[in-house]
Design a protein. Sequence first.
Length: 111
Amino acid sequence: IQKVVRSYHGDVSRLMDIVRYVLIFDDIVKLKRAIEVIREDPMIQVARIKNRLEHSYNSIKSGGYRDICLNIRICNDYTRKFYIDNHLCELQLVLKSFMDLRAEKGHKNYR
């Protein structure tokens, strides 16, 4: 609720991280492969990608933390049956070295 008021002026439709999951990878090759698998899955619709691994991303505000954040929808018979096929979820793809940084000190700045 605080985020909706503080960041989105009460517009709850802008919330994309009510459901969040973090996948941690040992190396960039496995992380890239995960993105390929997600994009190839017909039940997953990728609505947005934030690539905070790009060189242009300024990680000073996040204490050096970086990730790739996907906002996705799961679209299958089950989600359509319960009318949740438009529900956005956040999936963070993180290299272990950045997750360690986030756990230590960076997440305080990241939030």
